[in-house]
Design a protein around this ligand. Structure first.
Ligand SMILES: Cc1cc2nc3c(=O)[nH]c(=O)nc-3n(C[C@H](O)[C@H](O)[C@H](O)COP(=O)(O)O)c2cc1C
Length: 444
């Protein structure tokens, strides 16, 4: 069977470009308007995209003077999008460092029920020191510790989703039996970090378990993805980097005893679309001119963990420590440093490049040129699909759906209509049986 592209719409405010809210083609007031996001979800569904995705951060700082990335908590917002759509998958980010497994398992199970099986979880360990300050901590836990906690966290969540077998609900008013308690299980988890008895207080979700997504590309991140992820978001700047990450992720997945074909790799792409290539580059230049340098520099300082405010904008990136010593986003840090070194960028040029996608690849061009790049990475072993990050919303998503998607369909790369009902079916994934079901307990 030929491969099909998977496309996810990464929704963020009024656009991914950090100056999108200042551009005349957006209305920044819509950032707090649920109808804006319902409209975006419907546009993505009209394009038969696999899913929409919401990122999340658990803190806001002085940078809010110039921009804010999100207003709503993702699971809450996706519940509102679930009622405004029918097919599109709904992927929310939630942190394993600043949540408890029982609460998150319940919320994702609820979203899966509410949406008829369209929930997905982008599992993050959070990376900003400022987030720790909102959760009783002075310091952010170390990178490796965060991933160890995340692994146990997901193990517990999976047990909780499985704690109701699929046919546990009896609903026999005559007999007065609501559920078959032989099929509702205590999980009795006692681990290094968590002690959780269960069962979950929500019956088994329609998908069995929400789609599990992950977005870390460090050694720890890849090891975690190899064990748990069904879809992996990543930021890659060049085809060669994309191919190297793809091969490593698939290799690690196979080494973890899982089928690498059942893990979908989605690099980010920020398409700046124009009727002509010149028009696209003109739009990119317009947006770059709207960047507030001190805000962009603060973002870059946050990404590198180094205060860059004292360095000349037209000078190079200063010497920085090795990526493996960084406790925040290791792979993003590495990507930014390599980009600056490889292209000998000044700080001003670097923040200009990062403004469009925070390290994700920005492609400016005609719809044909965007479709060519997507096809190239898809056919050359660098991607199973893409995380689409329009610079301006809603217009950038509308342009992608109306001008690029038809080209991808015409090339036989992308679906013309939804054939599945659930997010897992969109990604071509089987529905997992409950690990407590008799069939799961019979030794192979
Ligand atoms: C597409 C994408 C979306 C992400 N969304 C979030 C997010 O919403 N919240 C968050 O804290 N981190 C987010 N991250 C960061 C990752 O979770 C992770 O911390 C980062 O990629 C660094 O991982 P590493 O240290 O394993 O390399 C995202 C990363 C990518 C590639």
């Amino acid at each position: 069977m030929s491969r099909t592209l998977h496309l996810n719409a990464f929704l963020m405010g009024v656009g991914h470009h950090e100056a999108a809210w200042r551009h005349p083609r957006t209305d920044p007031r819509r950032i707090a308007d649920v109808r804006h996001f319902q409209e975006l979800a419907r546009i993505a569904e009209r394009g038969t995209l696999d899913s929409v995705f919401l990122a999340d951060g658990l803190a806001v700082g002085p940078a809010v003077r110039h921009n804010i990335q999100a207003v709503f908590e993702p699971l809450t917002l996706l519940a509102a999008l679930a009622t405004a759509t029918e097919h599109i998958g709904l992927i929310a980010t939630a942190s394993t460092t600043y949540n408890e497994p029982y609460n998150l398992a319940r919320k994702f199970a609820s979203l899966d029920h509410l949406s008829g099986g369209r929930a997905g979880w982008n599992i993050v360990t959070s990376a900003q020191p400022r987030e720790a300050w909102n959760f009783n901590l002075d310091e952010h836990p170390a990178h490796a510790d965060r991933y160890r906690r995340a692994a146990e966290f997901v193990d517990v969540a999976i047990k909780l989703w499985d704690s109701w077998e699929d046919d546990a609900l009896v609903l026999d008013p005559a007999a007065g039996i609501f559920a078959d308690t032989d099929r509702v299980h205590e999980v009795a988890h006692a681990g290094e970090t968590f002690t959780v008895r269960g069962p979950l207080n929500t019956p088994r979700p329609p998908q069995g378990r929400p789609l599990l997504v992950q977005a870390g590309s460090s050694a720890d991140g890849i090891a975690f993805a190899a064990r748990y992820a069904e879809a992996v978001f990543t930021a890659q700047q060049t085809l060669a980097d994309g191919q190297a990450f793809y091969a490593e992720l698939k290799r690690a997945t196979a080494a973890a005893g899982r089928d690498p074909d059942l893990v979908t790799v989605l690099p980010g792409i920020a398409p700046v679309i124009g009727g002509t290539e010149a028009e696209a580059h003109a739009l990119a230049a317009e947006l770059e001119a709207l960047i507030v340098p001190e805000h962009a520099l603060a973002q870059l300082s946050g990404m590198t963990g180094i205060d860059l405010s004292g360095y000349p904008l037209d000078g190079p990136l200063p010497d920085l420590p090795e990526a493996h010593t960084v406790q925040a986003h290791q792979s993003r840090y590495q990507l930014v440093v390599e980009l600056a070194r490889r292209e000998r960028l000044t700080l001003r040029q670097l923040i200009g490049r990062l403004g469009g996608g925070r390290g994700h690849r920005v492609v400016a061009g005609t719809p044909e040129q965007i479709a060519d790049q997507i096809e190239l990475w898809f056919t050359q072993g660098a991607a199973d699909g893409f995380n689409v990050m329009p610079p301006l919303l809603p217009s950038g998503l509308t342009d992608f759906v109306d001008q690029v998607v038809p080209l991808l369909r015409a090339r036989g790369l992308f679906r013309h209509e939804y054939t599945g009902r659930t997010l897992r079916e969109h990604y071509g994934l089987p529905r997992p049986a409950s690990s407590y079901a008799p069939s799961a307990l019979v030794p192979a």
